[in-house]
Design a protein around this ligand. Structure first.
Ligand SMILES: [Mg+2]
Length: 320
């Protein structure tokens, strides 16, 4: 736990008294002599998360500070303890309503201060654990548990977002649909553990070949989806060839023996053409992938414009 604490108190004698105690208890203190200085310190990146604020101070009062801190959208919670000479109930309620977590009435009893700070630390620890749990849930919701890359929902969401961005700033967007060759045979020969190792190794090898702004996701069982911002069709084909080469270049080692893994890849791309949607891009890449399978696997095929464009409603459709 972070042992830094901010003490904001305009009276030098009271401030020194609190600082001496806090230091003795193992805290590292930051001191502010008025409300403005306290506010400045609280806004610094990595500011202390525990703060003891005197109520009556020049510039901003302790209550003003509570209000200001709470009105900011903070990533991490700051625990605010008000010191006050006021003992009228309604004032204390004002302080709590302004966002103080707790208060102490002056003159401060040392043991009580220590106990209240322990409560503050406990709450901050809970807060950290909650944040960590939330972050872990967010990761699980967007990532494939086996390979650690984006899952289907997340990669499609990002593809949609990139496509939407291109409606405002024209540019290119390449899509690669990837399907491992003969994966069922790999599972049959090497078991599902072997299959899992292959999937993980494939993801790792492909990631190493990608630019930081390209995205790789697991689209289905042995299917992967890549999108490459800024790449037209030929550039995306080059990316796909590089990914395929990274797979076939050397054998993958499994406990049951090693094997060479290849994939079939279908590429489509968007350059602002009217009538080409995200669905169209996926349909085009899928059609090209199907062609790659049919033409012998372990290869990259490109989609044609007709495959990516929305099927136009032909007035003569019924006649042809
Ligand atoms: Mg004061």
């Amino acid at each position: 736990m972070d042992k830094r604490i901010l003490i904001a108190e305009d009276d030098p004698i009271s401030r020194q008294l609190v600082v001496t105690r806090l230091t003795r208890w193992g805290y590292e203190t930051l001191q502010a002599v008025d409300g403005a200085q306290a506010w400045e310190l609280l806004q610094q990146p990595g500011a202390p998360r525990l703060a003891v604020l005197d109520w009556m101070m020049p510039e901003f009062s302790g209550v003003d500070l509570c209000r200001k801190v709470r009105s900011e959208k903070q990533q991490v919670y700051t625990y605010l303890l008000l010191l006050t000479a006021k003992d009228r109930k309604e004032d204390l309620i004002d302080g709590l309503e302004a966002g103080a977590d707790d208060y102490l009435i002056k003159p401060v009893n040392a043991l009580e201060l220590k106990a209240r700070l322990c409560v503050g630390e406990r709450i901050l620890t809970w807060q950290d654990q909650l944040m960590a749990a939330r972050e872990s849930l967010r990761f699980q919701a967007t990532h494939d548990a086996l390979s650690g890359i984006w899952n289907r929902g997340a990669i499609l969401g990002q593809l949609e977002a990139e496509y939407a961005r291109l409606q405002r700033e024209p540019g290119f967007l390449g899509v690669i649909m990837i399907d491992l060759d003969h994966f069922k045979a790999i599972n049959d020969t090497h078991g599902h553990e072997g299959g899992d190792i292959v999937l993980k190794t494939v993801a790792k090898r492909m990631l190493l070949e990608m630019r930081p702004y390209d995205r790789l996701g697991r689209y289905g069982g042995e299917e992967f989806l890549v999108f490459a911002p800024g790449c037209g069709l030929e550039q995306t084909v080059a990316v796909a060839e590089r990914l395929l080469q990274a797979l076939r270049v050397s054998e993958m080692a499994l406990p049951t023996g090693s094997l060479r893994v290849t994939a079939s890849m279908g590429v489509s791309a968007y350059a602002g053409e009217i009538g080409v949607s995200v669905e169209g891009l996926l349909r085009g890449a899928d059609a090209a992938l199907y062609r790659a399978k049919k033409r012998g696997r372990d290869r990259v095929e490109r989609s044609c414009f007709e495959e990516t464009r929305g099927r136009p409603a032909s007035p003569n459709a019924a006649l042809t």
